[in-house]
Design a protein around this ligand. Structure first.
Ligand SMILES: Cc1ncc(COP(=O)(O)O)c(C=O)c1O
Length: 502
């Protein structure tokens, strides 16, 4: 059967930070006050640690609601379009790929969505996650800045990705779906989905970007341990994959290609749905559990961030941490700078155009208005596989256009230099993706050293790098290079963006 679009495949309030009316505010934020002795946050090994909040803070509970930033934006984001009619996508257009509840979440304007008890129950394996002050890194940098990082690497898969994998699989299971398919770049998302499927009894098939498949055999083995079937992408199983292999048999793959392969498979089978690890509104929504938790943690230690930094691939960890803070910013209570950091080799926000484009390489998804390098742009195989995506979440792109955040790009050697400083002071070995946030944090902390400003910097440390040590080996042996950004290559792929007058 031919590769085709799935369209044709089948017929405020008060501030939580003030002290007034505490009960109402706690409800508004979705927290339940602690009744008895505070519990210290639990790690995935079953232990409880106090370190999650540092010695001088109080423990908090897992948020009970996800936050939808769209409800509070002064201008609503442009809708995704059906590429055939150029009309806004209808729920029925999406139903071959997603269960009804996730389609509702994708399009809702509701401010908060209750987190199902079954999902909270799984979140308890690793949430609340620690908020840690990087005192030793501050000391190394000799900076007056106070650096905090919210650490999501304590989840079973080792990153923030299970925050959305678990609800996505749960909603699919609830609606009787038997199998899900997906792409994975870093391997973190594929692992997260495989883990969630193992909990709720669904079959799971993953297209792992070739470069990542070759560099990270242990990520594949983790997915297989949780029961998933893993294919390198591009693969010869799908038409989308075969087309790429015809042009370039040694293609390193990309997230855009792997998405095309998984969408193609889901669109052909009534028993199979598709899950996405980033980009879409419902994915960003689920990740806000990070920021909601962090708001409370910062409040508990009496700190307010001046700057919030996160790395951006499709944008989900960045949105997860920053969106609840943007709500507070919009209400005028706080005014942090919000900064996204992308790789110099794949700079969709800083060098892309803001236009309607496909979310995948083969052009099977709806058209989304986003910052894009062109859907057939294949980024060089940098080590941060999770950041090798041609576009940016439409909601983040919109927030960027509204001027509510800023973006920079950093080359990978500077990122790994920062990661080594971080590992040798804070102990944790970051995944290649958050090394971008760490490098940007270090840049800012060193600026503070020059100016004498004691800024509070909050960083998303969204995953550990225990299965990314080949990248560290390259860096430590002096073999890592900065892959040069090619204007020509980008101009060529930008020329293929569909012409949509909107
Ligand atoms: C650890 C980690 N961080 C960040 C990302 C980038 O994705 P996103 O921008 O959606 O957070 C990935 C993607 O795979 C990842 O594995």
């Amino acid at each position: 059967m031919g590769s085709q679009s799935f369209f044709s495949a089948r017929p405020l309030s008060s501030s939580p930070l003030s002290n007034t009316n505490a009960k109402v505010e706690e409800k508004w934020l979705g927290y339940f006050p602690l009744k008895r002795k505070p519990l210290y946050p639990r790690l995935s090994n079953g232990g409880r640690v106090r370190a999650s909040l540092n010695a001088d803070s109080k423990a908090i509970e897992i948020p009970r609601r996800w936050y939808n930033l769209i409800a509070d934006l002064p201008v609503k984001p442009p809708p995704p379009l059906n590429p055939k009619t150029l009309e806004p996508v209808k729920p029925e257009d999406l139903s071959p790929l997603f269960p009804d509840e996730l389609i509702k979440q994708e399009t809702t304007n509701d401010r908060f969505i209750d987190i199902p008890d079954e999902v909270i129950d799984v979140y308890k394996l690793w949430r609340p996650t620690p908020l840690i002050r990087a005192k030793r890194l501050e000391k190394l940098l000799d900076t007056p800045a106070r650096i905090y990082y919210k650490y999501e690497g304590v989840s079973p898969a080792g990153s923030h990705k299970p925050n959305t994998a678990v609800p996505q699989v749960w909603y699919n299971a609830k609606e009787g779906v038997k199998n899900v398919v997906t792409e994975t770049g870093a391997g973190q998302w594929g692992c997260s989905l495989a883990f969630a499927c193992s909990l709720f009894g669904l079959g799971c098939e993953v297209w792992q970007v070739r470069a990542s498949f070759d560099q990270k055999p242990y990520r594949r083995l983790m997915m297989e341990t949780w029961g998933a079937k893993v294919h390198p992408s591009p693969s010869s199983i799908t038409e989308a994959g075969r087309k790429i292999l015809q042009k370039d048999p040694t293609s390193p793959g990309s997230l855009g290609i792997a998405i095309s392969e998984a969408v193609e498979v889901a669109a052909m089978s009534p028993e199979t749905k598709y899950c996405l690890g980033s980009v879409l509104n419902h994915v960003l929504l689920h990740q806000t559990v990070i920021g909601e938790e962090c708001l409370k943690q910062m409040e508990a230690i009496g700190e307010t961030p001046d700057l919030i930094i996160g790395c951006t691939g499709g944008g989900s960890n960045f949105a997860g941490l920053s969106f609840p803070f943007i709500r507070e910013k919009l209400s005028g209570k706080i005014n942090p700078v919000i900064r996204a950091v992308e790789p110099s080799a794949c700079p969709s926000l800083t060098k892309g155009v803001y236009a309607y484009d496909y979310g995948d390489t083969a052009g099977m998804t709806p058209l989304m208005k986003m910052h894009t390098l062109g859907h057939d742009f294949i980024p060089d195989p940098i080590h941060a596989g999770g950041l090798r995506y041609h576009g940016m979440a439409p909601l983040i792109s919109h927030v960027y256009e509204l001027g509510l955040m800023e973006a920079i790009s950093i080359p990978q050697t500077e990122c790994f230099h920062g990661a080594i400083q971080f590992a040798r002071t804070e102990g944790l070995i970051p995944a290649p993706e958050p090394t971008h946030a760490i490098a940007a944090t270090i840049r800012e902390a060193l600026k503070c050293k020059e100016t004498g400003e004691a800024k509070v910097i909050l960083t998303a440390m969204c995953g550990h790098g225990h299965f990314d040590l080949t990248s560290y080996e390259k860096y430590l042996q002096g073999n890592m290079v900065d892959l040069s950004f090619s204007e020509e290559k980008i101009q060529a792929s930008l020329a293929n963006i569909p012409q949509v007058v909107a």
